[in-house]
Design a protein around this ligand. Structure first.
Ligand code: PBG
Length: 323
């Protein structure tokens, strides 16, 4: 007798019945970039189909995302000015703070997440304060906490620290609680690798480091055990959701983190993953829609409960039969 697994692949209805992983629009968080000004929707050259929005147009974009059934967005800010300590990152009238308030005003139910980091706000482009040739971990914690509190005050549901400083989840948790924001959550970029896949993002957010690189704080792509330690530390410090980033080149890490995690696990399918697909699609080398769904399904299959992705709208259009 031959064992015949092909029986379960015979018809589309059977395949539907036995499918193990199902993507949903509810899995997605759509990243959006906000800059000062009015009426702006500037295309990002290295990320076809992605834009930098002003506060007014980002509200319209968030409405579009929401109307497709995607429950959540994460906001990144391009400030009007930069300095050594990134002081515009915690300004009550900063772009992210104003965007959060405007989106929450129009879409109170939408899950609004904010990226918390200094690299977009510092003139040197590093994710913390510089002391000598290094990023000063402990001095940075206070500034990240200020930024997180200002986002919470503007109405954000979750803050998402992406800086990779040690102890920042605990510091931010304490600051939020102290200010009365005990119901605001933390999605920690717990396992963030020093990755070349962030290239297009650094154009989009104007956040490339002016000297050196980020390998003194982001993780070495060669390490996996360390990812488990980072994940565990952030859970202990009070992270409500932990994230692995990038996604596709680190699916083994997504799975291993998921296996030990007692909180939901998110994976960030980053700018380079998006742009690689778009470039190959533009050249006619791959079927973009098909590969997009395959990528997102594989991230979910690896163990991600939530996927941060620039494909959120396109995938939602496909999943809801609109394209
Ligand atoms: C900020 C931040 C980065 C990304 C998210 N938050 C850039 C970086 O660390 O260099 C990358 C997102 C992407 O590439 O899509 N620290």
């Amino acid at each position: 007798m031959i064992i015949r697994p092909r029986r379960l692949r015979r018809t589309s209805a059977i395949r539907d019945m036995v499918r193990e992983t199902t993507l949903s629009v509810k899995d997605f968080i759509a990243p959006l970039f906000v800059l000062p000004g009015k009426g702006l929707k500037n295309p990002i050259p290295s990320m076809p189909g992605q834009y930098q929005f002003s506060v007014d147009t980002v509200v319209t974009e968030a409405e579009g995302v929401w109307s497709l059934g995607v429950p959540s967005i994460i906001l990144f800010g391009l400030p009007d000015s930069k300095d050594a300590i990134g002081s515009r990152s915690w300004a009550a009238d900063g772009v992210v703070q104003r965007a959060v308030a405007a989106i929450k005003d129009r879409l109170p139910e939408m899950v609004v997440v904010t990226d918390v980091c200094l690299c977009e706000y510092t003139d040197h482009g590093h994710c913390g304060v510089i002391k000598g040739a290094d990023v000063d971990n402990d001095a940075t914690l206070e500034l990240l906490s200020r930024q997180a509190v200002s986002h919470a005050r503007a109405g954000a549901d979750f803050v998402a620290p992406s800086d990779m400083m040690d102890g920042r989840v605990a510091a931010i948790r304490a600051a939020l609680d102290r200010e009365g924001f005990m119901n605001k959550g933390i999605i920690s970029y717990a396992v963030k690798y020093a990755s070349g896949f962030y290239g297009p993002f650094r154009d989009a957010a104007d956040s490339a480091p002016q000297f050196g690189d980020r390998s003194g704080y982001q993780m070495d792509p060669a390490n996996a055990i360390e990812a488990l330690r980072e994940a565990e530390l952030d859970m202990d410090e009070g992270a409500d959701i932990i994230m692995v980033k990038p996604a596709l080149p680190y699916l083994d890490i997504v799975r291993r983190v998921k296996d030990i995690s007692l909180v939901p696990v998110a994976a960030y399918c980053v700018s380079g993953e998006y742009s690689m697909l778009k470039a190959a699609e533009e050249k006619g080398w791959i079927d973009g829609k098909r590969v997009m769904m395959e990528m997102l399904t594989s991230i979910k299959r690896a163990g991600a409960d939530i996927i941060l992705t620039y494909f959120a709208k396109d995938a939602a259009l496909l999943l809801t039969g609109k394209i």
